[in-house]
Design a protein. Structure first.
Length: 222
């Protein structure tokens, strides 16, 4: 019972929180269509699409069964998506080798632990459990800003993703504070905006993930 909408132990006690997970499935379908249209449906994009679908299914299970095992099906695919998208970004946006992508992703995990601790100390009373997602927001904006600096076309798209994520995080954090005045809460907005966000990120990878920064740099050398 961690969300405003749930008032009982009934299976469908969170109808909006459950139904709005369709946003993830719609996003996966639209991204799939784009990948097929542009002939970019490879193993990596396919993995992200399956991962996005798993997020929608896992979140639906959590907001219906509301058990510990269902919570795992909700959070684990999200964690996998964050790490996988970062690793793929390092490969396709930056041009790192597979080994260096793995090293960068491991370093990111350690960075997340440190940032989560800092944000938890500074912001937990204000935003509650949503604080655990703040490092992902920093990552998104940071990589986007770096790519803009390097004149990579994916940079602005990542910044747009960061803005969407900031709004979705706000909706997640406001769920309990507004509960006394709006009994449906705002967690369902988190689902809708995150569906938009993750679909946007995959489509960005489909459109802009074919020219790494290192190749852009080398192409300028006479």
């Amino acid at each position: 019972d961690g969300y405003c909408e749930r008032m009982s132990e009934a299976f469908f006690a969170e109808p909006l929180n459950a139904v709005t997970n369709i946003a993830f499935l719609i996003a996966a379908y639209l991204a799939y269509r784009l990948a097929k249209q542009l002939d970019r449906l490879d193993v990596t994009i396919g993995f992200l699409l399956v991962n996005l679908t798993a997020i929608g299914i896992g979140s639906t299970l959590f907001h219906t069964f509301a058990t510990v095992w269902a919570a795992m099906t909700d959070t684990l695919p999200i964690l996998i998506f964050i790490l996988a998208y970062f690793a793929i970004s390092m490969r396709r946006y930056v041009g790192l080798s597979i080994v260096n992508c793995a090293v960068a992703t491991i370093l990111l995990m350690f960075g997340f632990v440190g940032l989560s601790t800092i944000f938890r100390i500074l912001l937990f009373d204000l935003v509650g459990g949503s604080v655990s997602y703040f490092p992902a927001l920093v990552m998104l904006l940071g990589v986007g800003a770096w790519l803009i600096w390097k004149n990579h076309p994916a940079g602005p798209g990542l910044i747009v993703g960061g803005v969407i994520f900031a709004f979705s995080l706000t909706a997640r954090a406001m769920d309990n504070p507004v509960c006394a005045h709006f009994t449906l809460g705002t967690h369902f907005i988190w689902h809708i905006l995150n569906g938009v966000l993750l679909g946007h990120l995959i489509m960005l990878m489909i459109r802009r993930g074919d020219t790494p920064v290192l190749e852009l740099k080398s192409s300028k050398v006479p």
